[in-house]
Design a protein around this ligand. Structure first.
Ligand code: AMP
Ligand code: ZN
Length: 447
């Protein structure tokens, strides 16, 4: 299997460190609904897990849920996103986290994504976070300010390497007056103190004061606790490269002296009608918005997989309609396998898997599927490889429908076209259409 490692910027042949491939995927901040762009990452990393398993690897995947510490600025300033959600909805931060975790997991299932082996909530790892900060202190990587415990990025020689950062530019561009206690512009909080009177419901005692972990810390800690570094593959959105992942790497080195991950995969952003996704533009669609317009989560998944995870994707409802039509076409090709003996082309599944093993090239795999005659056996394997629910959404039709089809055939041979049309209409109400072929009618799905 080959994967494009964003750290080395090279397509590399994947070699697991041990017999279980360790994967970590940065998860959502659970303070609001996730829009369709957010789900792209989870669909793509599910593909990675499925492709590795199809290649015979055992996989252990950990996904985190950020329920504390992610500030609205994405940096060390501003309100905690969970506090913001609580104020917006008049609920407690814990209720907000529970509600949006449930919603996220519900959509995760609707997209038929394999449940990660560990789903880790940041607030369950506070003690481990504090131990990690202790270790960083012991190794001389952190300093205290009035605001919190900060990581001294000048102490980690390779800090700029991963994201090829221009640190002198960053230093020059740092805002005057911003946290004057920070030694370097790129320094970041690993632990934040709660000031007297500050509203922050999630709080833990540490260093004699109430506080909470910095946003990046949970990933280093959860990886250490659940997988042990270095892991094989670390995944996230492209926006994570310059700060979040850079800081995860720095923390892991400072606390444990280890490399964090061998391979890094980053997926690019989705635009909608050529624009970035944003609430203010009114285009931050949820999966439920697509459903209201007649598109299932699987249609959206088909749309995502028709392109490459490392390319910018532009979403339009027109292209989503195309994905839906393709899904219907595939379902009907499978339905036909249940009605006629279909002799498939040789090695279709192997070719599809080969495309997927080449840096998850789902677009190429889809083109192979479009252009091949596929047996039921290969369809089943293909369906598993992508998790598209094509087969379970393609049950054999009921006996009643089969009898209607037979009755219609009889009406047609007897030239009773009125009855034949009547049956056709009845069937269409059950979502089934009939296509006449030289050797009799075959049923197909209408949607
Ligand atoms: P959050 O839940 O706010 O932590 O965001 C989750 C992640 O979703 C972000 O860090 C990005 O990696 C990803 N994301 C946000 N917007 C997009 C987008 N338009 N396309 C793809 N991924 C996105
Ligand atoms: Zn992370």
């Amino acid at each position: 299997m080959k994967l494009f490692n964003t750290a080395s910027k090279k397509l590399e042949t994947f070699k697991p460190i041990s017999d279980v491939v360790k994967i970590y995927t940065c998860g959502p901040t659970v303070y609001n609904y996730q829009h369709i762009g957010n789900y792209a990452a989870y669909v793509y990393w599910d593909l990675l897990v499925r492709a590795l398993k199809a290649n015979g690897y055992k996989v252990k995947r950990v996904l985190n849920l950020t329920d504390v510490g992610h500030l609205v600025s994405d940096g060390d300033e501003g309100e905690d996103k969970l506090e913001k959600g609580a104020a917006r909805e008049g609920k407690s931060v814990w209720e907000i986290a529970d509600f949006y975790i449930d919603d996220f997991m519900k959509n995760f299932r609707a997209l038929n994504l394999v449940k990660p082996d560990v789903v880790a909530r940041a607030t369950d790892y506070i003690e481990a976070d504090q131990k990690a900060v202790d270790l960083m202190r012991e190794h001389g990587f952190v300093y205290d300010t009035e605001d919190g415990v900060y990581y001294d990025t000048s102490r980690f020689e390779k800090y700029a390497e991963f994201a090829r950062l221009d640190l002198s530019g960053l230093q020059a561009g740092a805002r005057v007056g911003f946290s004057d206690e920070k030694r370097n512009a790129s320094d970041f909080a690993v632990w934040k103190f709660i000031k007297p009177g500050e509203k922050h419901a999630m709080r833990w005692e540490y260093l004699g004061r109430p506080g909470y972990p910095g946003w990046h810390l949970e990933c280093s800690t959860i990886i250490h606790e659940e997988l042990g570094e270095p892991i094989d593959v670390h995944c996230g959105g492209i926006d994570h490269i310059p700060v979040h992942h850079t800081n995860e790497i720095a923390q892991t080195f400072a606390a444990y002296g280890h490399e964090l991950s061998r391979v890094w995969l980053h997926c690019d952003f989705i635009t909608i009608d050529g624009q970035k996704i944003s609430k203010s533009l009114g285009n931050a669609y949820l999966l439920s918005d697509l459903e209201e317009r007649g598109f299932s989560p699987m249609d959206y998944k088909m749309w995502l997989l028709s392109g490459h995870y490392q390319g910018t994707r532009n979403f339009t409802f027109e292209s989503l309609s195309g994905a839906k039509a393709r899904r219907l076409n595939w379902r009907n090709r499978i339905a036909l396998c249940y009605q006629r003996e279909i002799v498939g082309d040789a090695d279709v599944y192997e070719k599809v898997l080969e495309a997927m093993s080449n840096n998850l090239n789902s677009a190429e795999a889809f083109a192979i599927i479009d252009n091949s005659v596929i047996s039921l056996g290969d369809w089943k394997k293909i369906d598993k490889l992508f998790g598209l629910n094509l087969i379970s959404d393609t049950p054999d039709v009921s006996e009643e429908i089969v009898n209607k089809i037979i009755e219609r055939e009889k009406a047609r041979t007897e030239k009773n076209y009125a009855r034949s049309d009547e049956i056709r209409n009845e069937l269409s109400l059950s979502g089934i259409s009939l296509r006449d072929t030289p050797d009799g009618a075959v049923w197909e799905y209408l949607k």
